[in-house]
Design a protein around this ligand. Structure first.
Ligand code: 2NL
Length: 344
């Protein structure tokens, strides 16, 4: 039995040394040390030995098991190390190779222009106000001095959802809501950029969905000169320090008096060119002093408070600034168009 154990040991050790894979090594371990293996078998046969030999044989069998176990462990470590070395050398990465370039996106030109305008007004103490794009008839029309059957409602053909709900045709309802929240106390000094909707047939200068930025400043003693100063600053920051603005009388139901605002042409400096259609002036926005009815409906005492308001189309501003000839470019998502407006 002793010889049998010794030859099992040397047989196993030899096989272990020759093992070439972890799987092969596991198989050898199971073959010799497993429940059905020869060592277990020898231990089971101990019962047949004379009692005085059993401890010695038991000890020897355990020693053999120990030797084999240890050998397997050592071999396993060796094989694992070799496998790792192999993997490391086959997967070497040359960190000095040039990387594959990542395509960098850029802000949409309309986003850039809107953010630029927002920053200008934030710099003058305005805050940004937002509101729902689905509006009630009250905030979109009524609160802006456009009562039902007012002829000016025809000027804006709207997308109605129900008799009382529509997609807002301007961002003024945001201003009306904000004024209401102030409960008759000034100052209210906000701009409201956002999407608006009108039932228009899309062409080079019209879109059924577009953006608007409106501004509103309500306080005691707000005057037309404040409007002119604010808009002069705006025009100069956006189109150049040499710009002048000019106010022409106009009409909006929500302002009185109302004006159309022109900026001196940034291309020809007022001499007359194709951009300004030889007039030297370019129309950039509409504005006026807030109509007393609008102030009263929003909870302000129009004897105590006055205000100015204005509205502009950022698409139009962006088209002028970048020489874009068709408003539909903004919504077509053509990467060849969009990529031309990377910011420095
Ligand atoms: C334009 C003209 C304008 C306003 C918008 C306004 C808002 C309130 C009260 C009074 Cl809550 N006015 N907004 C005023 C004048 C002109 O927009 O041509 N937009 C593109």
């Amino acid at each position: 039995m002793q010889e049998r154990l010794m030859s099992l040991q040397s047989e196993a050790v030899e096989k272990i040394e020759k093992a070439e894979s972890l799987k092969g090594l596991q198989d050898i371990r199971v073959e010799y040390l497993g429940k059905k293996g020869p060592i277990t078998e020898v231990l089971r046969g101990m019962g047949k030995l004379p009692a005085e030999e059993r401890p010695k044989m038991g000890q020897l069998a355990n020693d053999v098991r120990e030797v084999i176990t240890k050998k397997v462990e050592v071999k396993q470590e060796q094989l694992e190390r070799e496998a790792l070395d192999q993997q490391l050398s086959s997967e070497t990465i040359d960190v000095t190779l040039p990387g594959s370039p990542v395509r960098k996106g850029n802000a949409h030109p309309l986003t850039s222009v809107v953010e630029e305008i927002e920053d200008l007004f934030i710099g003058m103490g305005f805050t940004i106000a937002e509101g729902p794009e689905v509006e009630t008839d009250y905030y979109n029309f009524e609160a802006l001095n456009l009562p039902k059957n007012h002829p000016a409602r025809d000027m804006q053909d709207s997308f109605f959802i129900t008799e009382d709900l529509l997609l807002r045709t301007q961002t003024s309802p945001v201003q009306a809501r904000t004024m209401e929240k102030h409960e008759g106390k000034g100052p209210v000094k906000i701009i409201s950029p956002g999407k608006v909707y009108r039932r228009d047939t899309d062409d080079a200068t019209h879109s059924h969905q577009f953006m608007q930025i409106e501004g509103l400043y309500v306080d005691k003693d707000v005057r037309m000169s404040d409007l002119k100063g604010t808009l002069t600053m705006f025009a100069q920051k956006l189109f150049g320090e040499e710009r002048e603005i000019r106010l022409r009388p106009s009409f909006f139901p929500f302002t009185e008096p109302s004006v159309e605002v022109d900026v001196s042409c940034f291309k020809c400096n007022g001499k007359g060119c194709s951009i300004c259609k030889r007039t030297g002036w370019i129309e950039i926005l509409g504005a006026g002093m807030v109509h007393p009815n609008v102030l009263e409906m929003a909870g302000f005492d129009s004897k105590e408070y006055t205000g100015f308001a204005f509205g502009m189309g950022p698409e139009r501003i962006a088209m002028l600034k970048y020489g874009i000839d068709d408003i539909r470019h903004f919504y077509a998502n053509d990467i060849r168009f969009l990529e031309q407006f990377k910011r420095a």
